[in-house]
Design a protein around this ligand. Structure first.
Ligand code: URA
Length: 429
């Protein structure tokens, strides 16, 4: 006879009780093995969404999800490790310049990434636009690359937190994604199982993010920082703006190009600022705050590491990237100053152009996406290009254009523009 049964656990949470350690261990294990049915886990997830969890419950839930699979170990490496996780945003290509930059500063970056779903892009989708590049590495290949190059961006294997894989798919179709205990444990179980020594969380806030307001983003950040710290991983979080998309591009190949511009010492100022801010946190977490990432970026060493990282995964860093077959330019309807550019509107447009996927088995178009030619605060001229839409399938333009409708404001020249700082807050010691 088993220690618990699913209905007892569901009723306990339905009635607002705290789950015991033994109930949590049992339900995660039984769900992973298929002994707790999807409909029972759905009911429990909804009870958690409605009634919440104490920090100690979230901590145990996370530990149980880690224990459902393998745990990686990078302690044999000759350098410390640090990783970054972003809760997801539009135009968020930061991992691409950040991983080689931090590696060039002497800290190894084991970055297990995902593919995009919905309006936020996926790091692997972007990198897969580079001819030859492969996302799937064995653990041995990953370890060897971390030692030789210092940075790996690859797909998380099936062995890492399998309970989360199952539960995340279930939450997606049962309206239970938004529960902070479930988001925090989902992200942190994978990051802790990945074996990084320190971790920086980029918690996005704004229309284009999961968390639309600062208070909820801060709560999520505090829970995740607590989980990491309890598990012995030095963890800090930056709350960063996602009301405006990052940089000037959202898509796949076009975001790789923008990232390479940053590594070459150029690129949009906000992408450079966030890359350097996150690099500083990662270096500090790994005990290397003696190195200045801005200097290393300017020296070109991060570009050398980028090329080595791409080559190590069979990609050609010098190859031409795919270009969309069709483009459509949206011009500014008036002259003045751009006062708002909505991240969600841009993200949806890029997604509808084919840069993202609606179902996880869908392919993405490497060349699709949106380029915007101004950021909030910039002057715009009537009739000059404001957006360039890119896709292989012109039938997609109409719906993409509809999502940009109402997604930006232009005010007369000289009007005040309220610019949100990029880094809003920091959580952690
Ligand atoms: N990303 C995850 O990995 N899990 C969540 O629950 C939300 C975002």
């Amino acid at each position: 006879m088993s220690a618990h049964d699913a209905v007892e656990v569901i009723i306990a949470k339905r009635d607002g009780q705290q789950l015991s350690e033994s109930q949590i261990d049992w339900v995660i294990d039984a769900y992973t093995r298929g002994d707790v049915a999807d409909e029972q886990m759905s009911a429990l997830a909804m009870a958690i969404l409605l009634n919440g969890m104490e920090r100690s419950e979230i901590s145990r839930w996370t530990a149980a999800m880690i224990a459902s699979g393998e745990r990686m170990d990078f302690s044999s490496l000759s350098r410390p490790t640090s990783d970054k996780h972003s809760t997801g945003g539009v135009g968020d290509k930061i991992t691409l310049p950040l991983a080689p930059l931090v590696a060039a500063c002497g800290v190894a970056v084991p970055q297990l990434s995902g593919r995009g779903l919905g309006h936020t892009g996926g790091t692997l989708d972007k990198l897969e636009s580079i001819p030859g590049w492969r996302a799937a590495l064995t653990n041995a290949e990953m370890l060897a690359q971390l030692e030789s190059v210092g940075a790996v961006i690859c797909a998380a294997g099936d062995g890492l937190a399998p309970a989360d894989k199952k539960l995340y798919a279930l939450r997606d179709v049962t309206g239970t994604v938004e529960a902070i205990p479930l988001i925090a444990s989902s992200i942190m179980s994978k990051k802790i199982a990945e074996g990084t020594g320190s971790l920086v969380l980029d918690v996005k806030v704004g229309t284009g993010a999961f968390m639309k307001d600062v208070a909820r983003a801060r709560e999520l950040a505090e829970v995740m920082v607590g989980l990491g710290t309890d598990a012995g991983v030095r963890t800090v979080a930056l709350l960063t703006d996602m009301a405006t998309p990052l940089g000037l591009t959202a898509g796949n190949a076009i975001e790789v190009t923008e990232s390479v511009e940053v590594l070459a010492g150029g690129g949009p100022a906000d992408v450079v600022e966030l890359t350097v801010a996150l690099a500083r946190e990662m270096l500090a977490g790994a005990g290397r705050d003696d190195v200045d990432p801005a200097e290393v970026l300017a020296s070109g060493r991060a570009m050398d590491t980028w090329k080595a990282m791409i080559r190590a995964q069979d990609g050609d860093p010098d190859a031409a990237l795919p270009v969309a077959r069709e483009s459509h330019v949206v011009t500014a309807p008036a002259s003045g100053v751009l006062t708002r550019l909505d991240a969600m509107a841009v993200g949806l447009a890029a997604w509808r152009l084919g840069a993202g996927r609606a179902r996880k088995e869908d392919p993405v178009q490497a060349g699709a996406g949106v380029v915007w030619h101004a950021r909030p605060g910039d002057a715009v001229t009537e009739g000059a290009p404001l957006f360039t839409l890119l896709t292989d399938e012109p039938a997609r333009f109409e719906r993409a254009l509809a999502s940009l409708d109402g997604g930006y404001d232009i005010a007369p020249a000289g009007s005040p523009v309220e610019l949100t700082p990029l880094v809003i807050d920091r959580v952690g010691a």
